[in-house]
Structure formats: C-alpha cells, structure tokens
Write a protein that binds this ligand. Structure first.
Ligand code: BES
Ligand code: MN
Ligand code: ZN
Length: 489
C-alpha cells in the first residue's frame, strides 16, 4: 500500500524515514527532517552526491529506528526521473534491510525546479514500481515487498493530492500487469492461454472483450496471422478490448504485437537470438495494460485495443520462405523471411481495426526489429509517423514519463526495398540497412488514411538488468507513455 500521509516523526514510530538530500542546499523545511539531513552532511562519507547514501541508526529527536539519507546531487539537476529513481532505490534498500515499511520525506517544490504534483507523482511512481517483484516461480521468494509506503506531506497536501495518488497507482498497476505478462515464461503463455488471461483481467476492469479463435480468423480471412501461427500447436487468437465512455468524441485504436515466443520459424534464430524471445508479446502487454489503466482512470476518449496473439514456431506445418499469403486487406505478401513475423500479424490487425472501428488515431506498439535496438539502444523506443503532431505528442509524453522515444523517418523512396516479383509486397527488405525503417514502411501500407504512429519497443520492453525501479525482465514500457498521451489527446 502506498499513500500520502502527514507523519509527525517526533510522535510517530517508523522503521525507516527516507531523507533526500542535495549537495548544494537544503530542500526540506520540517525541522526534524532538516536536522537529519544536516547530520548526514556532517559525515565525511556523505556529500549529498547522486550516489551517496548513509544510514543513521536511532537518530536523536525522532522516533525513527533509522534514517536513510539519499543523495540527489545538485538542486538544479533534480528532475522527475531523479525522484523516481530515488523512490525505487529507497524501497530496494528497505527490502534488503528486511523492513516492511518506510516513510519518504517529500522535498519542497519551492527549493526544486519542480511542481508539487511532479514531486509527489515521481516519488509514488518510483516507490510503487520499485516494490514490485516477479517471483511466482520461486518456492521461497528471497525478497519480500514492503507492506506500507508513506510519502510524508502536510495534511492539506494529502487531501489535495488524493486523486493524484489514485491516478499514479492505477497507471502503475497497468504497468505491473504488462511487466508480469512479459516476464511469464513462454510455456505458460501460449496464445490460447495469454488471450484468456488478458480477457479475464480486462473483463474485471469493466471492458468489453472478445476473442476471435483460429476458426473465426479463417472465416474472416486473417491470412497473415494464420500463416505466422500455422507452425505452432497453439493456434492464433485475436483479442479485442473496448472502452467506450459516454460522450467520447475521439476513438483511439491501440494495436499490440503479441508473439508469445519468436523462434524465427523456419528462418530459425541463433541461440543468442532466441534468448528472451518470450518478450515478443510486449506490445500486446502494453496495449492491454494501457486500456485497463485508462478504464480505471475513466479516460475521456473511446479506446479499442486490437491484440493479435501467435506463436512463431518451425515445424512441418510452418510457413516457408517463398510462400505468398493473402492478408486481411487483400494485399498479397511474399514471405522473404519467416522471422519478419511481427509486421505480418500487425498488417492484418491494423487493416481490420481501420475497417471495423474507423479510429481518429491508431498507434501500434511492437518489439519489431533488432535494427531499432542497434539504432537507439536498450532504453529508447523508435517512433514512426507521417503525422508531425502525433509523433511530437508521443515524444513529449516520453519526456514526461521517462519512457523515452525518438522519432525516425518514413522515407517513401525506401519502399523500393520491399518490392516483390511475385506479390504486392515482400515482408523482408532486399537491402541490409535501415531495418527498423523498412519494417515501419511495411506497416504503413496497412494503415489506410488513418492518423497512425508506430512505436518500436524492441529495446526498452525488456530489461536485461535491473534498473532503479524495475527488476530485470519485462519493463511494462508503453503503459505510462500511452496513459500520459491519452490524457492529452
Ligand atoms: N521479434 C523480433 C525483433 C526483436 C529483436 C525484438 C531483438 C527484440 C529484440 C522480430 O520479429 C524479428 O525477428 N525481426 C527481424 C527482422 C528481419 C528478419 C527482417 C530482425 O530484427 O532481425
Ligand atoms: Mn521475428
Ligand atoms: Zn518477433
């Protein structure tokens, strides 16, 4: 549980109070907190620098068993991410100390270049996400999450920001849902199972839900989805989740790539390439986590999540390189490479979404290309859109949430690289370079006239090592980003 609460440390016993400290000036006005910061600064080993940390045991004048002083660096350098990271690190340390609760002293907005809302939002977010552990598969989890986290504020602030605390928790719960789906091992999330898990959770959140089975997909001519899924014993599913508030003026479609395991198919990946390919459904997880959170937030826009779920496997029934398939849109595709499967299932889903829902905006999220990871690394997503305003809105939401996005181009002349002698288009570029771009250009053929953006999350969807407020594994990337975006559309 996390909440905003007034705590008088001279009267109330706490097991740990977290005191953020800057190296170049005070950031608290509460006398007992300020004294703890001074005490830490008097020690040779603590200067308030970004990596500095010291624990004061049984400090005088307060009923805290310990004060953990956390350096933030220079006042001018403190931004929302500094505070999120601080919140996450504080929780991690409290867990390592085997505590079950902590209280974080919120710094003063007057002293930092941040609003009160930004400060509280960041502290809640970092602490709440940092307290999440995915250890369902261990007999004895080695780390027990904290039971109580209090962000210390005045009584008036606690009251004024109650809605904020609810909003942040709701978005973080969506993020945690996505993280857990991504981290789930691939034998426990084959298409039928994952589709069911998503739909059950969405129904609990009050969404309208639907699953198209492989039979329905066959009769409705989802040729690309069926081709990708035909090598697996677990058949494709298309999940549709709908959120329709009264009076909504805009419809936003979210499409999420849901490949529960990407072996590459007949173009089998290398051993190194196969590692973590359970994460290839991160787009699906993010789309579902977002719409579930948005329902909890009572978002103003109509949202529809279209989530194709398949397993890409090699077998005697698998699609071959050289096959030509007919997609939902009617366009034919030559399979140049069975490992370029994501764009195929997205092509069917996007064409279907445009036809069925005529959205004002369509955004797809996909762990689409290794090339995007080469370009932007493991922490930044690629954004592609012909619409400058939409691209900028996504990049801006990325700055605010620190789910960072960088815009890449959609050069029309590169479409040359996707030409096929036999079919309308090939799923593989004839050239070696610019793989993230050619993948996005392929998708653009299936967006019709809709305002559309593609977010390639192949890098940030999965954390290869733990960060300050995310363990190694699924990151839930996209949920905070899209919730932020949806509020501003
Ligand atoms: N799921 C992969 C992309 C991926 C790579 C995600 C690394 C996360 C980390 C995708 O389906 C894929 O295999 N893409 C190929 C495309 C190529 C065959 C044209 C790639 O990126 O190599
Ligand atoms: Mn692939
Ligand atoms: Zn893939």
């Amino acid at each position: 549980m996390i909440r905003l609460k007034k705590i008088d440390l001279e009267k109330t016993r706490v097991s740990a109070v977290i005191v953020p400290v800057c190296e170049d000036g005070p950031i608290h006005d509460d006398a007992s907190i300020a004294r703890l910061a001074d005490q830490a600064m008097a020690l040779a080993e603590f200067k308030g620098g970004a990596e500095d940390r010291v624990v004061l045991y049984a400090p005088e004048g307060v009923k805290a068993e310990r004060a953990i002083c956390m350096g933030l660096g220079k006042i001018a350098s403190v931004d929302k991410e500094t505070l999120r990271a601080m919140g996450g690190k504080a929780v991690k340390q409290a867990i390592a100390l085997k505590l079950d609760a902590l209280a974080i002293a919120a710094p003063l907005p007057e002293r930092l270049a941040l609003t009160e809302t930004d400060i509280l939002e960041s502290l809640i977010e970092g602490a709440y996400l940092g307290n999440h552990r995915f250890d369902h598969y261990k007999e004895k989890p080695s780390k027990t999450p904290l039971k109580r986290m209090d962000i210390m504020v005045s009584a008036a602030q606690a009251k004024a920001h109650r809605a904020l605390a609810h909003r942040v928790r709701t978005i973080c719960d969506g993020t945690i849902l996505a993280r857990e789906w991504v981290s789930l091992p691939p034998n426990d999330k084959r298409p039928e199972t994952l589709a069911r898990a998503i739909v059950d959770r969405a129904a609990e959140a009050g969404l309208k839900t639907e699953i198209l089975t492989d039979r329905a997909l066959k009769s409705r001519k989802f040729g690309a989805m069926l081709a990708v899924g035909q090598g697996s014993e677990s058949k494709p599913r298309l999940v549709v989740l709908r959120y329709a508030p009264k009076g909504a003026k805009k419809t936003v479609v979210l499409v999420g790539k849901g490949v529960t395991f990407d072996s590459g198919g007949i173009n089998l990946k290398s051993s190194a390439g196969l590692a973590n390919m359970k994460m290839d459904m991160s787009g699906a997880a993010a789309a579902a986590g977002t719409i579930i959170a948005a329902a909890g937030l009572k978002a103003k826009v109509r949202i529809i999540a279209v989530i194709p779920i398949v397993e890409n496997m090699p077998s005697g029934s698998a699609t071959r390189p050289g096959d030509v398939i007919r997609t939902y849109s009617g366009k034919t595709v030559e399979i140049g490479n069975t490992d370029a499967e994501g764009r195929l299932i997205l092509a069917d889903s996007m064409a279907f979404a445009v036809k069925a829902y005529q959205p004002d905006i369509m955004i797809d999220l996909a762990t689409l290309t290794g090339a995007c990871v080469v370009a932007l690394g493991e922490k930044i997503a690629g954004v592609f859109s012909a619409d400058d305003d939409l691209a900028q809105a996504i990049v801006d939401a990325g700055v605010r949430t620190h789910e960072r996005c960088w815009r890449l181009p959609l050069p029309g002349d590169y479409k040359e690289l996707l030409k096929s002698d036999l079919a309308d288009i090939s799923n593989m570029s004839s050239g070696r370079w610019g793989g993230a771009i050619t993948a996005a250009l392929f998708l653009s053929e299936f967006a019709g006239e809709t305002r559309w953006a593609h977010i390639d999350i192949a890098g940030p969807a999965f954390a290869s090592k733990a960060g300050p407020y995310c363990e190694a594994g699924g990151s839930g990337f996209g949920v905070r980003l899209l919730c932020e975006l949806l509020e501003r559309l």
